[in-house]
Design a protein. Structure first.
Lengths: 307, 293, 369
């Protein structure tokens, strides 16, 4: 047996990979398949699953509804399609904003003195390692109608004798966007920093030597070379935002419903696990499709291992 | 030409973004010392030491002075329980996923076997799908499984199989493995196999070679992977949210629960302590990294 | 007690290619390496020398054939059970262990007692002139020092056979030359059989008792450095070792160990010693080394003598390289500058008419392929 083990390299590989396979098949593949099976089922009276094969959950997600106001048997209810679209656009907007905010900072740190770089990076990492939920809470405190931001502005307005009506910032789509950007900013800073840091200083000098001003150097040298970092960061930001529900729950309340919230409610309020499963699968497929086309055009950005 | 030259625009943006990153955290910490229990406005610091005295919803005196809410935190059984759970889950899942992930990394990097592609794909999936999809999947699996087993085996009452710490631990292991494997695999890329051949040439069999030569060499990568797994587990909310049960609350879940109900400065105190611990650990890690370099 | 330290019996090694086919890294190789010999396998990359060495060490198993060490067939025995030790091209030092631990590793595997380990490691370090370095780590050592640690680590186990895989490749020229002499001295001092792989023919010629010249997985010739250099058995070896001139013609007659070849372009015959297999009527190559050609400004002998014109000369100091054009063939002739003279007329000039003489015992006739 030992001799066979020693000689058969393929067998060795399989043994090493077996524990992983057990976990991944048992807790990933099978659950996903089960989710798919359940999505074709129907809701029982007590909120459980009646197995069967029906596409009505998917139909409902894409707008074909049976509960119609005018007594028709089927009509178009765009509610869920809106939710899907809202998630997509939020993910897109977040990513764009995060890139815009992260890039200058990453550039600053990448081109700072090597001795100071670690300190700057450390300052980025501390918020990153601070718990997600806590950071959302921080924004709740800031954005509340009687929160800090309104408080500060009100105090300043008071100094000038101006009447100030507090902004209603919490429970708006804007609040959710701000929260998302805040949460995921460090995830974009690190990959962009990594790819910028790899650019030798000599390249900037060479560009200047050949006649390029700082702007053109940025456009023709810095930006293209930093693309892998931007790509990696995009993947690290886009995918989680698509599936988020805490930020929208705490900062958006009932006003901002994303796919994540939809799924959460279907399962936790004993509503309809079959519908929730369908929503979950649609979320996964949507994310995979966008990621597929994105990586086909831009690649994966090898800096993902920067953290 | 100064290689560290950066335009004023860059400098300004950087300052603003750092401020953006830290302002919320600073507010959080300040309000941990809020004398107002409703925690809506900042009512000033508690300046008097002594037995608790309240005026309306403001605490004017406390045995701990301005640190009143930290003391309340220390007395909070739920927090202690949640912390214990969080650490238990993190430690068990980290050790397990690190071992399993390292073995997988060795398998993927050095061998060709029939299920290799399948394993690779299944390791990529958790990274490219939103966490909630995996969380729902596991929830669905366990709930259906438990319902079936409970009915089939006729278990009732307290002995019923239900979600709890074991389901949370097992889920954490599952989502950590791909990350550990990725990190260790990256470190294995530059690995010089000739040192293994040298060890065998000098008389060490496969096991001795692995233990005395291979393992010490890849240890930094394994530790990186383990650290990542530990962090992911400590901080995890989504997957824990769907796989937890009564008595298995972890800190993030607990905080979330508080946020949806009553918010007192105690939440801030908890947050402050958490941030501080993270800060100290990171500082220590920085120092130890500097030493090895 | 077998006098043969290592024997390769008709070894074949095949590897699968990514396209799905098979490539022969080693193609029917048979060798016998004597005890105490410094044996080199020489060839350019891809010739199969390293693969053969690895099969002796046990890192690869032959597809066909058998490897015997001290008369015992090795079969699929793993490397840690073979009585040979290897010095790797990349040194393969254990970075997480210091010099002492690296060298003592092999002894630990043999369960040698601590006191004996200390003594033997100490002796080993002295032998490679690294005394006092035992607490250092590999990354703190220079390339040359790392190479010596790799050597010490292998010889401390006093193996019957030491395998060396291009160990001097990463060193600069001066250090390489020094190490060549040191290795040779060490081998003679220890009496261990060395099997040495290299692509540097000068290295092989300097150090070896015998050399196996390899190309494309096959052994072309085995012999002492003198045999390989003076009597190459085929065109490849004659060209690979040193430099040779080649003329082409048809074999006119064969007489035991001599042959006569008719060279069309010269419209003349050349006679020489047969190397390898030559039959009358077939195409043959005439091989002669540049230093063996007699150059004169007048014709003196009749046979094997040709007239030519000097096309270029290069003064090297101790030698002059003269390139002579004979009926369109460019022949290299290397003359030792035995007489010191500043007079340009003492040296051959471009355009000068000269006579080349190929002595029969310096000329080799071999198959032309």
């Amino acid at each position: 047996m030992l001799k066979r083990f020693r000689e058969n390299k393929s067998f060795q590989g399989t043994i090493l990979a077996t524990p992983t396979l057990i976990f991944m098949v048992g807790l990933l593949i099978i659950p996903l398949l089960l989710t798919m099976v359940i999505s074709f089922g129907t809701r029982s009276a007590d909120g459980n699953v009646i197995y069967g094969f029906s596409l009505h959950n998917y139909a409902r997600m894409f707008g074909i509804s049976n509960e119609c106001p005018n007594g028709q048997s089927t009509c178009f209810d765009p509610l869920y399609v809106q939710i899907l679209w809202r998630s997509l656009s939020l993910a897109f907007n977040t990513t764009v904003l995060v890139i815009l905010l992260a890039y200058p900072l990453s550039y600053f740190v990448a081109r700072s003195h090597p001795k100071r770089r670690n300190t700057f990076l450390f300052m980025v990492l501390v918020p990153l390692w601070t718990n997600f939920v806590i950071r959302v809470y921080a924004w709740m405190m800031l954005l509340r109608t009687q929160g800090v931001i309104n408080g500060v502005i009100g105090w300043m307005a008071g100094l000038f004798g101006l009447h100030f009506v507090p902004f209603e910032m919490l429970y708006t789509p804007g609040a959710v966007l701000v929260g998302m950007v805040y949460e995921f900013l460090p995830f974009m800073i690190l990959p962009i920093y990594t790819s910028l840091e790899k650019i030798e200083t000599a390249l900037y000098e060479a560009a200047a030597d050949l006649g390029a001003n700082p702007f053109r150097t940025f456009l023709k040298v810095t930006l293209p070379l930093s693309m892998p970092g931007v790509v990696a960061g995009t993947i690290l930001v886009f995918i989680p935002v698509m599936g988020t529900f805490i930020v929208s729950d705490l900062l958006g309340g009932k006003q901002v419903v994303l796919v994540g919230n939809l799924i959460q409610r279907q399962f936790l309020d004993a509503r309809d696990p079959t519908f929730g499963s369908a929503a979950s699968l649609i979320l996964m497929v949507m994310t995979l499709i966008v990621t597929y086309f994105y990586t086909r055009k831009f690649g994966f950005g090898e800096e993902i291992i920067s953290v | 030409m100064n290689p560290y030259r950066r335009s004023p625009f860059i400098r300004l943006s950087t300052i603003l973004v750092y401020a953006f990153l830290y302002a919320p955290i600073l507010v959080l910490i300040i309000f941990a010392f809020n004398s107002s229990r409703t925690n809506i406005l900042f009512g000033g610091f508690i300046t008097h030491f002594g037995p608790i005295k309240m005026v309306g919803s403001t605490v004017v005196q406390s045995p701990c002075g301005p640190f009143h809410w930290f003391c309340e935190l220390a007395k909070n059984r739920d927090v202690m329980g949640a912390t214990r759970n969080t650490l238990t889950v993190a430690i068990i899942s980290t050790i397990s996923s690190t071992i399993i992930g390292t073995l997988a990394a060795l398998a993927m990097q050095r061998y060709n076997f029939k299920l290799k592609t399948f394993t690779q794909i299944s390791l990529y999936i958790p990274i490219v799908i939103p966490e909630i999809v995996m969380g729902i999947g596991i929830l669905v699996l366990f709930s259906q499984l438990f319902t079936f087993l409970n009915g089939f085996l006729g278990i009732t009452g307290d002995a019923r199989l239900a979600m709890g710490l074991p389901t949370v631990i097992v889920s954490h292991i599952a989502f950590s493995i791909p990350f550990v494997t990725l990190v260790v695999q990256a470190r294995l890329q530059g690995f010089d196999k000739s040192i293994e051949e040298a060890a065998m040439d000098l008389g060490a069999n496969e096991l001795t070679t692995f233990w005395r030569v291979t393992f010490p060499t890849i240890l930094p990568g394994i530790l990186s992977g383990g650290l990542l797994a530990f962090t992911l587990s400590l901080d995890d909310f989504v997957i824990t949210f769907f796989t937890t049960g009564p008595g298995a609350t972890t800190l993030p879940i607990y905080v979330y629960g508080l946020l949806r109900r009553i918010i007192t400065p105690q939440v801030n105190a908890l947050s402050t302590v958490w941030v501080l611990i993270v800060f100290v650990i990171m500082l220590l890690l920085q120092r130890s990294q500097k030493k090895t370099n | 007690m077998s006098k043969i330290a290592v024997e390769l019996q008709d070894i074949v090694k095949q590897f699968p290619t990514p396209e799905g086919g098979e490539v022969f890294a080693v193609n029917h190789v048979s060798l016998r390496i004597q005890n105490g010999e410094f044996f080199s396998m020489l060839g350019s990359s891809g010739c199969g020398k390293t693969t053969s060495l690895r099969m002796i060490a046990g890192f690869e198993w032959p597809t066909k054939g058998e490897i015997l060490i001290a008369g015992i067939p090795q079969g699929h025995t793993p490397p840690f059970q073979r009585p040979v030790n290897t010095v790797f091209q990349s040194y393969a030092l254990f970075q997480h262990m210091n010099v002492f631990q690296n060298i003592s590793f092999g002894l630990e595997m043999d369960h040698v007692k601590k006191d004996e380990i200390k003594e033997r490691v100490g002796k080993s370090l002295e032998m490679v002139q690294l005394k006092g370095m035992d607490k250092r780590f590999p990354r703190q050592l220079s390339g040359g020092q790392q190479q010596r640690v790799a050597l010490a680590r292998a010889i401390v186990k006093t193996p019957k056979v030491l395998l060396l895989d291009e160990p001097l490749g990463a060193l600069d020229l001066k250090l390489r030359k020094e190490m060549q002499l040191e290795l040779k001295a060490l081998q003679q001092q220890l009496g261990i059989t060395f099997v040495y792989v290299t692509h540097d023919q000068e290295e092989a010629l300097t150090m070896s008792d015998r050399i196996a010249v390899m190309s494309h997985g096959e052994v072309l010739q085995i012999g002492t450095p003198v045999e390989i250099y003076e009597r190459p058995n085929c065109k490849f070896v004659a060209d690979f070792i040193g430099t040779s001139n080649f003329l082409h013609g048809v074999v006119k007659s064969v007489d035991r160990d001599k042959a006569v070849v008719f060279i069309k372009e010269f419209n003349a015959e050349v006679s020489g010693l047969i190397s390898g297999n030559v039959t009358a009527g077939e195409n043959a190559a005439v091989s002669i080394r540049p230093e063996k050609i007699r150059l004169a400004s007048q014709s003196t002998f009749n046979q094997n003598s040709f007239e030519g014109t000097v096309s270029s000369t290069t003064y090297i100091g101790s030698d002059t390289h003269v390139y002579v054009d004979v009926n369109g063939n460019r022949i290299k002739v290397w003359e030792q500058n035995k007489i010191s003279s500043l007079d340009p007329k003492a040296y051959y000039s471009v355009g000068q008419k000269v006579w080349l003489t190929l002595f029969q015992e310096n000329t080799l006739i071999m198959a032309d392929n």
